[in-house]
Design a protein around this ligand. Structure first.
Ligand SMILES: Cc1cc2nc3c(=O)[nH]c(=O)nc-3n(C[C@H](O)[C@H](O)[C@H](O)COP(=O)(O)O)c2cc1C
Length: 180
């Protein structure tokens, strides 16, 4: 059985820590070790049938990368490397980190760009979540009334992260396992 690939972008480490938690919760038998997207090639992602991809939001609703002041390249530099239909038949779930108080007008908007890019490359996007329990004005990551992935706010709602993560992974288990 092939494993689930976990890739993340990060600047200050929060998204990496969540990737490690996801790996631990899923178990090393079904999930591969998380990889920072700055070191990954497109082929590394294509190696997996199922992917969990994580990103924080930087700038004003942007992906992490050199333009938003990250110390290294990240998702902003990676996404332009994707080509049409490349991810057809693959299953992709997203998680995003943001700060709903300081960035209420663009809360976790960066996650939208992952959604848009992988969807346009043919991936079957799973793992959308309710916006209930978050207070914000606007987010590009809300599509048809739901977040396009799991949303975590380590600055304002850290105490909810463990439950949110466990609940989300439970809902993903079936669709992920049936795609492996
Ligand atoms: C300069 C800066 C800009 C940010 N811009 C946004 C934003 O537009 N929207 C948002 O939801 N969070 C924003 N954040 C919050 C980060 O996404 C949040 O702190 C996240 O946990 C950082 O993840 P990382 O440690 O993996 O880099 C910003 C943080 C900083 C420092």
């Amino acid at each position: 059985m092939s494993k689930i690939g976990i890739f993340f972008g990060t600047d200050t480490g929060n998204t990496r820590r969540i990737a490690k938690d996801i790996h631990t919760l899923l178990g090393a038998d079904i999930a591969a070790k998380p990889v920072n997207i700055r070191t990954a090639k497109v082929e590394d992602l294509l190696h997996y049938e199922c992917l969990i991809l994580g990103t924080p939001t930087y700038g004003e609703g942007e992906l992490p990368g050199l333009a938003t002041g990250s110390t290294t390249e990240s998702w902003a530099e990676f996404l332009p490397k994707l080509t049409a239909h490349q991810f057809a038949g693959k299953t992709v779930a997203l998680y995003g980190l943001g700060n709903q108080k300081s960035y209420a007008k663009d809360f976790v908007s960066g996650m939208f760009y992952l959604y848009d890019s992988f969807k346009n490359c043919g991936a079957n996007m799973i793992g959308s979540t309710s916006t209930e329990g978050y207070v914000f004005k606007h987010s590009k990551a809300v599509v048809e009334g739901e977040f396009v992935g799991l949303v975590l706010d380590q600055e304002n709602q850290k105490e909810l992260t463990e439950t949110r993560l466990a609940t989300w992974l439970k809902t993903l288990k079936l669709p992920l396992e049936s795609s492996l």
